[in-house]
Design a protein around this ligand. Sequence first.
Ligand SMILES: N[C@@H](CCC(=O)N[C@@H](CS)C(=O)NCC(=O)O)C(=O)O
Length: 269
Amino acid sequence: MAVFELYHGEISTCSQKVRVTLAEKGQAWTSHHLDLRKAEQHRPEYLKLNPNGVVPTLVVDGVPIIESSVIIQYLDELIPAPPLRPGDPLGRANMRLWMKRLDEEIHPLTGVLSSSIAFRFEEGHEAQIKTMINPAKRARKMESFKLGVEAPLFRKALAGYDKLLGDMEKVIAAEGYLAGGVYSLADISYIGYAVRLHHLGLQGLFEGRPGLQQWYATITARPAVKLAIDDFAPDHSLDLMSTHGAESWPRIRAILGEVRGTASAEMAS
Ligand SMILES: N[C@@H](CCC(=O)N[C@@H](CS)C(=O)NCC(=O)O)C(=O)O
């Protein structure tokens, strides 16, 4: 029997994807929790497993596999039941498109939202910037920490998320799930990000999007999702996000109105 070890972070959205997939497959694993605030992901011994210095890394029988989207597709092939992909090629193509968009566009926006609303108030947040090895990530963090929700990057991240949720609503309202009308790795990939929006007090982004609200309720009720996301979220992080999320929502709602006004003016011209 293969031995599974996961290097992961408690509220890391990329780690959540892998934990949900493992839970859906009923696969047991050994936990190596890394404290991202203490930069444990940048330690030389971990960089041997994951040269990018990020979580997650799955190690199966001593062999490391990196990149959360790659890991969950690997798991779905390795452990066939229950299948977590549509049965038809078009459904699978759509599933991968959603996952690609998450990796390339949405994941960086999530850090901007979280840092601008909540993590800029965390103790020791300045020291954290110095440890960051990716210059683009470091620059984003500095802007978010300095300017909070007034950062130009924050406005762009909010607009990006609003567009994403609108696109998700169209598909989900018609088909129930993101790809091929079945629960798949695409839904698993996005659920942690949707949970993060709720933790940050951004439920308002779901208003007027009933398909998305139903999808969120259905997926967060899955035992695997509760186990892999809720059970790992530390109270101090949840408190930080909900307190500062509630404080900043009135201002964020106003920015959202401006962002939507600009987007509809651009579409009309
Ligand atoms: N594309 C990578 C992104 C991984 C990533 O950005 N992980 C974050 C947590 S969700 C991390 O380790 N951040 C700490 C850092 O950048 O130092 C994946 O999907 O695995």
